[in-house]
Design a protein around this ligand. Structure first.
Ligand code: PMT
Length: 221
């Protein structure tokens, strides 16, 4: 049954990986499938929110009723998010954004030559950190993908990016993180609360995250 407890909210959700091109046939990317972000988008729409899904390349069908904005690189995601955010009450950043991109993109396919090849990379914009500095800041939910010291790193990101909550997942754990249908998360809140969660389907985690967002929105108003 479709509910409407998020009716009136406009949610911007990012999903999937970014691709940073080296030449016309190669890119740097990561293992994000988009499952987590798409589950959030589907559930939010089902609960009555207007949903803008900014997605890197995935194999998933967009959930019905969601406005899909397709991007490839971190810079394209940055541009799309910044263009949409003035209309949004909530932003959830489930996408796995490349922190760096190649300094040079070759116009032609790079030729094989020496025994080693050194790539020079430069920093991409940190989209979520920039959102955290906006004067009219929507409710901001980040994700943290870690392989060590989950809580410490996630808490540091929550503070540095000025977020309301962060969903931390240890992507080295079986059944958690990239390209699986389940996740094991720990939610950290701005006020210091920590909520450890058991292994569950990403579809269920999505509903739980939206429950918490609704509570935070109620507290805020
Ligand atoms: O897509 P799936 O296969 O379902 O996998 C889900 C997931 C593992 C991708 C997801 O659960 C997850 O953890 N997403 C965030 C991955 C990530 O990039 O984490 P991070 O710790 O590097 O970044 C922290 C936060 O800042 C993230 O919300 C990220 O979207 C954001 N960020 C990061 C870098 C950047 N340049 N701009 C950003 O906005």
């Amino acid at each position: 049954l479709a509910g409407d407890d998020l009716a009136g909210e406009t949610m911007l959700i990012t999903a999937g990986p970014t691709r940073e091109e080296l030449d016309p046939v190669r890119y740097i990317s990561n293992h994000s499938s988009g499952k987590m972000g798409y589950a959030l988008a589907r559930a939010a729409r089902h609960r009555g929110a207007k949903v803008i899904l900014v997605s890197g390349p995935t194999c998933l069908a967009p959930p019905p009723g969601v406005e899909l904005v397709q991007v490839e690189s971190a810079r394209q995601m940055h541009e799309a998010v910044m263009a949409c955010v003035p209309d949004c009450s909530v932003v959830i950043k489930a996408a796995a954004v490349a922190d760096y991109r190649p300094v040079l993109r070759c116009g032609e396919k790079m030729k094989k030559s020496g025994e080693t090849l050194t790539l020079q990379l430069e920093k991409n914009p940190d989209i979520l950190a920039e959102l955290g500095q906006l004067e009219r800041r929507p409710l901001l939910v980040g994700f943290a993908a870690e392989t060590t010291d989950l809580q410490t790193h996630a808490a540091a990101k929550l503070a540095a990016k000025n977020l309301d909550m962060i969903v931390a997942n240890d992507v080295s754990q079986e059944g958690a993180g990239f390209n699986v249908s389940t996740n094991i998360a720990r939610i950290l809140y701005r006020d210091g609360r920590i909520e450890p969660l058991e292994l569950m389907a990403k579809t269920r985690l999505a509903e739980l995250i939206l429950d918490r967002i609704r509570e935070l929105l109620q507290d805020k108003r």
